[in-house]
Design a protein around this ligand. Structure first.
Ligand SMILES: N[C@@H](CCC(=O)N[C@@H](CS)C(=O)NCC(=O)O)C(=O)O
Length: 208
């Protein structure tokens, strides 16, 4: 059982979906970091960066960083087929892609959602935000270039890579533009959302 601090459509969707797919019980605490109120203050006490997902384990350990949480959950469910195990020939490609999502793409939202944190003035902020969109598109092109035979990131079976792709491809600039540079990766993300465990999580977070 884990407690997930998150908000609808945020990166916490990924953790919610992975828990569901693994059969890990979870409790959700809704908190939008950019609002104010008691929920935000309880998040601040756990994570001074005020970011979600933030997860609290049964023993009180606090975890942040989506990829760390995903890896921890996978370790807790070693028989899962949502990731190739250590020693599997697909492991290197899996780790590469797994880390690429939160290290190369997710920061484009850390910057682009709050350009005023980084530069002053509307023109500079608009320019910065557009630059994050261009970089996001470049990242998805890179993903497409290394995408295998499909239909999922790692072949015939759904993995946590498809779940990451599902959530991140819902964000700016949106699937239609991403599809222009990464049609097979976006198709894998959409296919993942049809999984019976994924579909209700996606519907709750992003609407029907
Ligand atoms: N590196 C973190 C990024 C988390 C993150 O940026 N979450 C967004 C919501 S999707 C957030 O909380 N943004 C508020 C902020 O950065 O102030 C991760 O991979 O979990």
């Amino acid at each position: 059982m884990v407690t997930i601090y998150g908000c609808k459509g945020c990166g916490s969707t990924l953790i919610e979906a992975v828990c569901k797919l693994l059969g890990e019980e979870y409790k959700l605490i809704e908190v939008a970091p950019w609002e104010s109120g008691p929920a935000v203050e309880s998040l601040r006490a756990l994570n001074p960066l005020l970011q979600v997902p933030t997860v609290v384990l049964d023993d009180g350990t606090v975890m942040t960083e989506s990829v760390a949480i995903v890896l921890w959950l996978l370790e807790r469910h070693p028989d899962t087929d949502l990731a190739p195990p250590p020693g599997d020939p697909r492991r290197a490609a899996f780790l590469r892609q797994l880390v690429f999502f939160p290290s190369a793409i997710y920061p484009m939202y850390t910057v682009g959602d709050f350009p005023e944190r980084w530069v002053k003035g509307k023109a500079a902020q608009d320019e910065l935000k557009e630059a994050t969109v261009q970089r996001t598109l470049k990242c998805w092109s890179a993903i497409e270039a290394s995408f295998g035979q499909g239909p999922f990131f790692l072949g015939e079976r759904l993995s946590v890579l498809d779940v990451y792709a599902s959530v991140l491809s819902r964000w700016r600039p949106g699937r239609d533009r991403l599809r222009e540079v990464a049609p097979r990766a976006v198709a894998a993300a959409e296919r993942a959302e049809a999984h019976p465990d994924m579909a209700p999580v996606i519907a709750r977070n992003f609407g029907g």
